[in-house]
Design a protein around this ligand. Structure first.
Ligand SMILES: Cc1cc2nc3c(=O)[nH]c(=O)nc-3n(C[C@H](O)[C@H](O)[C@H](O)COP(=O)(O)O)c2cc1C
Length: 186
């Protein structure tokens, strides 16, 4: 892997360019390549032990965007005009708990660790969760997954800015109502 050679000046310019875009130019559409580039930067983002406790969903369906509007006060203008609308979902407990099926499958199927490595890795992960970080409640586990998801979200916005693409982070929504809607529609 070669060392990147982007000047500090260019990076700062991208940070200056990035702003929370309140309303987009609805005539402008990202290409397939653009959106894949942005999603790839989430995919390449760091996560604790590399377990990626997130999902990213691109909402292009007009009907779902309409349904989201009444429960996302911070996004109403964006839902009408944004070329792409990415939902960042953090995994809930118990998915991220050291002995969950998801974690086991990440080690076995995705990382393809041999059995002995799984044993050692699991032990470290368990100690980290139980002893070091005291992740002893569903809420703590979810907040921890959310923190990691925000790293990927931040990276996507920075990458977009580096490529001259506007973005806006959105937390202006009713969590319970959005969760209900998404569980019915997705
Ligand atoms: C976690 C988070 C949630 C935000 N939620 C919203 C939102 O719901 N709607 C919105 O228009 N902007 C939202 N913003 C954008 C902020 O208002 C904006 O980043 C801040 O005012 C600084 O402006 P700038 O990003 O243009 O520098 C959010 C930003 C963050 C980091």
């Amino acid at each position: 892997m070669s060392t990147p050679n982007i000047s500090q000046k260019s990076i700062i310019e991208a940070f200056q360019y990035r702003h929370a875009t309140k309303e987009f130019d609805g005539t402008k559409k990202l290409s397939e390549n653009d959106i894949n580039f942005i999603l790839q930067t989430a995919n390449l983002s760091p996560s604790s032990f590399g377990f990626e406790p997130w999902h990213f969903i691109v909402v292009q369906d007009k009907e779902l965007r309409e349904l989201l509007k009444p429960v996302t006060w911070g996004a109403s203008l964006k839902l009408d005009t944004a070329s792409h609308f990415i939902l960042g979902l953090s995994m809930k407990a118990p998915m991220t708990k050291w002995d969950s099926d998801y974690i086991m499958s990440m080690m076995k199927d995705v990382k393809q660790f041999p059995e002995d490595v799984i044993e050692v890795y699991s032990k470290f992960y368990r100690e980290f969760q139980e002893r070091d970080f005291n992740l002893d409640s569903d809420k703590k586990l979810f907040d921890w997954a959310s923190k990691q998801t925000y790293i990927a979200l931040g990276n996507m916005m920075t990458a977009a800015a580096l490529n001259g693409i506007d973005s806006c982070p959105i937390e202006g929504f009713h969590e319970e109502k959005v969760n209900k809607l998404l569980s019915e529609k997705i």
